[in-house]
Design a protein around this ligand. Structure first.
Ligand code: PLP
Length: 469
């Protein structure tokens, strides 16, 4: 029988004629009778179309990207090359003898243990929030049968923290930050009782401030029979200087896409490995990658496992990049954190003369300004400043987060930026805040493909297919 790829009247396998193929082997009802009506566009035009679209995209390769809490650092291109090697790319996910792949994952687990101080690792979760969910499922299972139903979360936390705990069926107790922007010990003590399973903390927290009382907090929690969860999305601030084990945490997730070099604008791809202490090792998702001295293998024999949280290898491409990045950096990981913190403090000290700095203390990898006064005086909001920055080839900082700062602008320069670039940003911010009129900013941006959108209308009447239907 001929296939549609064969010449209809010959046997050289190539159809160079206009003659229709022999389609007699396909049922009549499945054969199209009209033309498909595909647009007639040359390859060059198609290429230009996609290039045009990609040029509209803002990325770290184009300009400064101080999106707080997202760690938009430069991700070396060599990692992309390594992740695209044929042996990785063409590997079938069910292949049993992928020793090299398993070895890579095993080694990465070992490195993450070193970096976090923890005792065991799962590489399965596909994002930070997915890591949180995994970690909270572990804590839930650990306390199975006990009446530990509550999870304490500081009010400065990332929104995913309460969401993840809630999805595991925990009740959330929010506690207020004190005047230093840190966990209020009295507020914590007031809610601690036998029903508390855990606290979820970010350290440095989302204000970019290191929680000075973390050791006291971990003692309080452990004395209460509770566990501590560490949101490691801000790990870029502390690599090589300290780790969550030293701070007394039991479960940690890392955002490899933020800290360990995967480009992640626009929502992906990610990897959110979860690292735990010995005490929780038997609860990890199965399988974890193990080594018996001769062979690497997927270990399904995990006694109290919560089960798999992601199929196959997790987001394997991201794991390759993280492994390459960590090996390439070696002990210099420490200097990445050092420079990230130095850069953030430099910007903070300069920008605090332009906008209010609600917590005027040394920061870690990021800091949060407030446009509250500017809004009162000149009716210029954090949103307006953000939109104005878009006309200056600069990605806006994260705005309106954390929620405890009004008109918040959360700035994270990362270690990748030069002093010159940061000075440019300082100039641009100064110009926008001090010189640009409210009227002008109210309609910014002017130079982007999409101008100011009506966000209220978009939220109330979302146009989900882009053509208003
Ligand atoms: C980014 C972030 C998360 C969530 O990570 P995703 O990979 O986006 O799911 C959680 N916590 C903090 C502090 C973050 O910055």
């Amino acid at each position: 029988m001929k296939t549609i790829f064969e010449k209809s009247n010959g046997s050289d396998g190539i159809n160079l004629t206009d003659e229709p193929c022999d389609l007699s082997f396909i049922d009549k009802e499945f054969i199209r009778t009209e033309k498909i009506g595909l647009p007639q566009i040359g390859e060059l035009e198609v290429m230009r179309h996609y290039k045009e679209l990609s040029d509209r995209n803002f990325c770290i390769e184009k300009g400064f990207y101080p999106l707080g809490s997202c760690t938009m650092k430069y991700n070396p291109k060599v990692n992309e090359f390594l992740a695209s090697l044929e042996g990785f790319q063409n590997l079938h996910p069910l292949s049993e003898d992928s020793q090299g792949t398993l070895e890579l994952m095993y080694n990465l687990q070992e490195l993450l243990k070193k970096i976090t101080g923890m005792d065991a690792v799962t590489l399965q979760p596909a994002a930070g929030a997915h890591g949180e969910l995994t970690g909270m499922m572990i804590i839930k299972k650990y306390f199975e049968g006990k009446n530990r139903t509550k999870v304490i979360i500081p009010d400065s936390a990332h929104g995913t923290n309460p969401a993840s705990a809630k999805m595991c069926g925990f009740d959330i107790i929010e506690i207020k930050s004190n005047e230093k922007g840190q966990v209020d010990l009295d507020a914590l003590k007031a809610v601690l009782d036998e029903s508390v399973a855990a606290i979820m903390m970010t350290n440095p927290n989302t204000l970019g401030i290191f929680e000075e009382n973390v050791l006291e907090i971990s003692k309080l929690m452990h004395d209460n029979g509770s566990l501590l969860y560490y949101d490691g999305a801000n790990f870029n601030a502390i690599m090589g200087y300290t780790n969550p084990k030293l701070m007394g945490f039991d479960v940690v997730h890392l955002n490899l896409h933020k800290t360990m070099a995967t480009p992640h604008g626009g929502g992906g791809p990610g990897a959110g490995p979860v690292c735990v202490t010995e005490q929780l090792k038997s609860y990890l998702p199965a399988p974890i990658v193990d080594f018996d001295g001769k062979k690497y293998f997927r270990n399904y024999n995990i006694e109290n496992s919560i089960g798999a949280v992601k199929s196959f290898y997790g987001n394997f491409g991201v794991l390759i990049k993280a492994y390459a990045y960590i090996l390439m950096m070696g002990k210099n990981l420490k200097y990445a954190s050092e420079n990230a913190v130095l850069n953030a403090n430099y910007l903070k000290e300069k920008l605090k003369h332009i906008l209010k700095l609600p917590y005027d203390v040394p920061c870690m990898h990021e800091f949060v300004l407030s446009a509250e006064d500017l809004k009162k005086e000149k009716n210029v909001s954090a949103l307006n400043i953000a939109k104005g920055l878009m006309d200056e080839n600069t990605h806006p900082p994260t705005i309106y987060f954390p929620l405890i700062v009004h008109e918040a602008m959360m700035i994270e320069p990362t270690e990748s930026e030069t002093k010159e670039k940061m000075d440019e940003f300082i100039n641009v911010m100064t110009k926008i805040v001090q010189e640009t009129s409210h009227e002008k900013l109210a309609n910014a941006p002017y130079t982007t493909p999409v101008k100011r959108v009506d966000e209220t209308l978009a939220a109330r009447h979302p146009d989900l297919n882009g053509i208003g239907l």
